[in-house]
Design a protein around this ligand. Structure first.
Ligand code: SF4
Length: 484
């Protein structure tokens, strides 16, 4: 029976359990305590916490309130330690978990000691109830919603899989948009929406694939989102920024527009399938910015976006390949923006400054954010976006993809992102351009029913253990290598 014979049995009730720590290693040295939790009798943990304990011979207690397992922390009552441990891994216990094995391993430079606890519920009813509560508390909240108003696009960019789309090219009806926005809004009203004093989660991106300005009822769809208390954000390729559409953007009172220009030269622009000249494209953007200034509508934040291909996994004509190109693009936009007459109503906000480290190399990426921002004016940023290949669905010529079954999403998308397609169906990732995942439909289910479904729980549990369940992620986290 191995180490299991040394398990001490404890009952999980409504009270805090106080568990004795393994003894301190031999000498008075700092020690590390690792607490891991697995379903009774199984080795693989679904939760791991770590504490650092300064030199001490004080025994200490681990305080465990049964529901705290699902809230990412355990409390250590020890004179010489921070009270809360660092969580390394946390997934939901598998369905059918009958008991919990809590293993405490304490190690220091001169020794090692362990304690094992088997935690059991008093009754079957209580077990089911507590696991269900735990499961509901532990479902991560959605931070980002993407709602695709149309799957139609008027361009055919080499780095975008839109031109190969197999699903129907169509438009979301205003009625369906109303239903979806109202469900998102009901969900957001039930979750904690603040970061300190700041509201963080009312933004809804009106895009997965497609060009939203093609939608014949764009203004009505935006209004449906606003009536539901959301802040819709538009992504557009700018080719349809006509006078009438610019008026629509202001009539709809949007708060954010990303203008995906992507390429820096005429050859690249033609290769997107555009019919006119790049200078016309730039002038359309200038018209939008001029109208913004004329109206004093500075609450409309504008991102002007390019794709960086240098050393990354996308290829295409006219993408940004060097820092010289990035700076020349920046200078061009500074010049164009200076042509815009300031309105009588001045923007409220600090004049932006470019951080000095960006001056060295504007293509440098910071942290895990694949986009880099160079401020151009108050509320206007130039964005250099690290090439998005839609999860390796577009493989550059001369390269081949080797998929993998192991890894974790660098963006935590299954924990925080919901993409809703034109037909109401749902994925956990906005890179799922072909809607391969199909978790359910917001036209028939609530946000929680889809987000908390057994399948979604399994996907998250597997990913927490480094297992990629979905072919989408196996492809996305695969590696590109030169084809032989
Ligand atoms: S495809 Fe999977 S791994 Fe890639 S970004 Fe989306 S969720 Fe993450």
């Amino acid at each position: 029976m191995g180490p299991y014979k040394s398990f001490q049995s404890k009952t999980l009730g409504n009270k805090v359990l106080s568990l004795t720590l393994p003894p301190a290693p031999h000498y008075s040295v700092a020690s590390r305590l690792v607490a891991s939790l697995s379903p009774g009798g199984f080795y693989q943990p679904f939760a791991v916490w770590e504490f650092q304990i300064a030199p001490s011979q004080t025994p200490g207690q681990l305080l465990v309130y049964p529901m705290s397992f699902g809230q990412r922390f355990l409390v250590l009552d020890h004179w010489d330690s921070m009270p809360v441990g660092h969580v390394h891994q946390l997934a939901l216990p598998p369905a059918g978990t009958r008991a919990l094995d809590l293993k405490l391993h304490r190690s220091g430079a001169a020794g090692y000691s362990s304690a094992f606890y088997r935690l059991q519920w008093t009754s079957e009813h209580e077990r089911k109830q507590k696991l269900d509560q735990w499961r509901r508390h532990a479902v991560p909240p959605i931070d980002w919603f993407y709602v695709e108003l149309t799957s139609q696009c008027n361009l055919s960019c080499s780095f975008c899989p839109s031109k190969h789309l197999k699903r129907p090219r169509t438009f979301m009806s205003v009625d369906d948009a109303q239903t979806i926005f109202s469900k998102i809004s009901q969900y957001l009203r039930r979750r904690d929406a603040s970061w300190g004093y700041t509201l963080i989660n009312q933004m809804v991106f009106l895009h997965v694939m497609g060009e939203p300005l093609l939608h014949p009822h764009l203004v009505e769809c935006v209004k449906a989102a606003q009536d539901a208390g959301l802040k819709p954000a538009l992504f557009t390729n700018a080719t349809l920024l006509t006078k009438a559409n610019i008026q629509k953007i202001f009539t709809a009172d949007l708060s954010h527009v990303t203008i995906s220009l992507n390429v820096i030269d005429q050859g690249g622009y033609k290769a997107l399938g555009a019919k006119d000249d790049l200078s016309k494209q730039h002038q359309r953007v200038v018209h939008l910015l001029r109208e913004r200034a004329r109206r004093g509508a500075y609450h409309l934040h504008v991102d002007i976006q390019y794709i960086v291909s240098d050393g990354r996994t996308v290829s295409g004509t006219g993408l940004v390949n060097s820092r010289q190109e990035a700076w020349s693009c920046y200078r061009n936009w500074i010049g164009l923006i200076q042509q815009i007459e300031p309105s009588e109503i001045q923007p409220v906000g600090h004049q932006p400054v470019v951080q000095l480290d960006l001056l060295a190399n504007p293509l440098t990426q910071d942290g895990g954010d694949p986009s880099l921002r160079l401020p151009l004016a108050v509320g206007i940023d130039l964005v250099m976006k690290g090439g998005c290949s839609f999860g390796n669905s577009v493989v550059p010529p001369g390269m081949q993809l080797v998929t993998t079954h192991w890894g974790r999403c660098p963006f935590d998308s299954p924990q925080r992102q919901m993409a809703i397609f034109v037909d109401g169906s749902v994925s956990f990732c906005n890179l799922d351009y072909e809607n391969s995942v199909k978790l359910g439909s917001l036209l028939e289910q609530s946000v929680e029913e889809v987000w908390d479904s057994p399948r979604m729980q399994q996907i998250r549990r597997d990913m927490a253990s480094g297992i990629l369940t979905e072919p989408l992620c196996r492809q996305c986290l695969g590696t590109l290598k030169p084809s032989t």
